[in-house]
Design a protein around this ligand. Structure first.
Ligand code: ZN
Length: 349
């Protein structure tokens, strides 16, 4: 590649894998897709670091939900706000510690200027994102406190149902039209986010919830880690109508590297070719323009193709995009400029 283009990414779950006093972001981590040195070498300039509260593990065999045509996994039970708040504090603390351990190398981003400066200075940038709003109480007090702490992006649901809405279960083949959308409190959440300038992520919403957000928000519509349903007809992927709506509002879609969301055949296996990955970037570019596609890796939150291996795959994807005919200007948009534009039009400063 002619120019060293930094890649800013829409979604990772790396915070889930850091443990205070045991594993640091600056260690050479073997159990994760991302650590500082590998990310730096791959041109990974930072991204949205998700705080996601897992459901308690249940003894269930995934195999029983898979058949010859595909799969339909049941969603886990709801979790309480108290559980989610404690866990979110834990993960947010991990993010802040990455910065305090080495402020010359990593910065938690709270406004667009900080993001642009970080990209210029090649200092890694992290945005505090909450995936699934269980953390937020129904008076929205936690939203305001977490905003002051640095929260700048939130997904109303992570697939599992909560007080703000119903999410989309993991099914193949399936449309995203799987049930009810936002609740009244979900609509209120959108309003509070708009007034604070917190980005609302439609990833993991079902189709009804997506359109609820689309009609209620005054910000560009964003799906941080979702792919093209016309290529891979999985419930988590976006229909052409959704992609068109995101483009119409000046929004962006981060391409997810989860094998189950890339493969046309719906198999959950890792022998995915680079061409199959590039196809999602190309589809959105040809359909609505290169301004509306970006990275949304899902590193450390998904099973990814062997060809990517870990964060080092970021560089390989950039090279493959270049080989596919994307110009340097287009590559810069996909790599970071689209995300910066969306945040300029979403955040308060
Ligand atoms: Zn996710």
């Amino acid at each position: 590649m002619k120019k060293d283009i930094p890649v800013f990414d829409g979604h990772n779950d790396t915070l889930l894998h850091l443990q205070d006093g045991v594993t640091s972001f600056y260690d050479s981590l073997e159990h994760t897709h991302i650590d500082y040195d590998r990310a730096k070498a791959a041109g990974f300039a930072g991204g949205f670091f998700a705080a996601y509260t897992p459901s308690p593990e249940k003894d269930s065999n995934k195999g029983e939900f898979i058949n010859e045509n595909g799969y339909k996994f049941p969603l886990p039970d709801r979790i309480t706000q108290a559980e989610a708040l404690v866990f979110t504090h834990k993960l947010a603390a991990q993010l802040f510690r990455i910065e305090t351990e080495n402020p010359d190398k990593f910065r938690v981003i709270r406004n667009v200027k900080e993001l642009k400066d970080s990209l210029d200075q090649r200092k890694m940038a992290g945005i505090f994102h909450i995936e699934g709003a269980e953390t937020i109480d129904l008076s929205f007090d936690a939203l305001y406190v977490l905003y002051e702490a640095g929260l700048r992006s939130i997904g109303p649901v992570w697939s599992r149902t909560n007080d703000f809405g119903e999410g989309v279960p993991f099914c193949y083949p399936s449309t995203p039209d799987t049930g009810g959308g936002l609740t009244d409190k979900g609509f209120e959440l959108v309003q509070h986010c708009n007034s604070l300038g917190i980005m609302i992520d439609t990833t993991h919403l079902n189709e009804k919830g997506f359109w609820n957000v689309a009609h209620a928000t005054n910000a560009p519509i964003v799906a941080t880690h979702s792919n093209v349903h016309a290529i891979c007809p999985m419930s988590r992927n976006l229909t052409d109508e959704q992609i068109q709506k995101i483009a119409d509002t000046g929004g962006v879609i981060g391409i997810n590297f989860a094998v189950s969301m890339l493969r046309a055949d719906g198999k959950r296996e890792t022998d995915v070719s680079m061409e199959e990955i590039i196809a999602h970037f190309r589809y959105i570019t040809d359909f609505v323009g290169v301004e509306h596609v970006a990275f949304g890796s899902d590193f450390d939150g998904a099973k990814i193709p062997d060809v990517l291996h870990d964060v080092s795959g970021t560089k390989k994807v950039m090279e493959a995009l270049e080989q596919d005919g994307f110009s340097e200007e287009e590559l810069e948009k996909i790599a970071w400029k689209n995300w910066v534009r969306v945040l300029e039009n979403t955040w308060k400063d």
